[in-house]
Design a protein around this ligand. Structure first.
Ligand SMILES: Nc1ncnc2c1ncn2[C@@H]1O[C@H](COP(=O)(O)OP(=O)(O)O)[C@@H](O)[C@H]1O
Ligand SMILES: [Mg+2]
Length: 231
């Protein structure tokens, strides 16, 4: 299938079945254009995390096509997966921080893999951590931090190299309201600078307040796609 270059993400007739027979997604079709900000909504078990894992090539579709930045992930070679992942900023639900590295090392590492010089890496990492209220924590190790602090480090790491596509899985799940709005302000700022953002969330009040396109899932099916809910 031919993807439109304006679309950064295209799903076509996608099914995902986890072995042996757990159907997580069924017959999913949608497109996201470059520069959009999209919520993926739905209650627990709806398939939100699975969807973001397909787009970030952590899981493969059982049927159908997943096309990201013009690359068909259903047929991509393993060697291409690494370079694709480097171009996507992923905020995972379980943080995936390197426990033996300090907070600032974790964030600077995201810039090292794309070849940024050392001094520049640490300057940018510090700036991003400061924006997330973590100035005092740069030299701590991840396991010394609270869940909310770890979540913010993972957000800093995902945003620091200014990826064109940002996927966030429940990015404010462990944060108090002030921190949650700081995180959303960073995502909105990245979006204003041209990044495409997809955020999985079951936090309805927040989704409604931001008034963005919202794709709704229920038990693995896409049940609604609202351009600007209530607005
Ligand atoms: N690795 C896995 N193996 C088997 N089943 C899974 C796996 N991951 C998720 N599932 C199942 O797939 C469905 C969708 O899960 P998930 O994508 O995590 O939904 P959500 O993020 O919306 O809560 C659920 O029924 C879940 O139990
Ligand atoms: Mg989930």
């Amino acid at each position: 299938m031919q993807a439109n270059p304006k679309d950064i993400v295209t799903l076509y007739h996608v099914d995902k079945v986890y072995p042996p027979n757990q159907q997580a997604l069924r017959g999913i079709d949608f497109k996201v254009q470059t520069g959009e900000f999209v919520f993926i909504a739905g209650s627990s078990g709806a398939g939100k995390s699975t969807l973001l894992k397909l787009i970030s090539a952590q899981e493969r579709a059982t049927r159908g096509q997943v096309i990201v930045g013009g690359r068909n992930l259903s047929s991509i070679a393993r060697t291409q997966v690494a370079s694709l992942r480097r171009s996507i900023g992923v905020i995972f639900q379980d943080y995936k921080l390197l426990e033996t590295r300090t907070v600032i090392d974790n964030v600077a590492f995201a810039l090292e893999v794309v070849g940024v010089a050392k001094r520049e890496r640490y300057q940018q990492a510090y700036k991003m951590l400061a924006a997330l209220g973590l100035k005092e924590r740069v030299n701590s190790y991840p396991l010394m931090l609270s869940g909310g602090e770890q979540q913010r480090v993972s957000i800093a790491r995902a945003l620091v190299n200014r990826p064109k596509l940002i996927l966030a899985d429940e990015p404010t799940g462990n944060l108090d309201p002030d921190m949650a709005s700081a995180v959303f302000n960073l995502l909105l700022e990245a979006n204003r600078c041209g990044a495409t953002i997809m955020v999985a969330s079951h936090h309805l009040a927040l989704i409604e307040a931001l008034n963005k396109r919202t794709i709704v899932f229920d038990k693995g099916k896409l049940i609604g796609d609202f351009d600007r809910p209530r607005g």
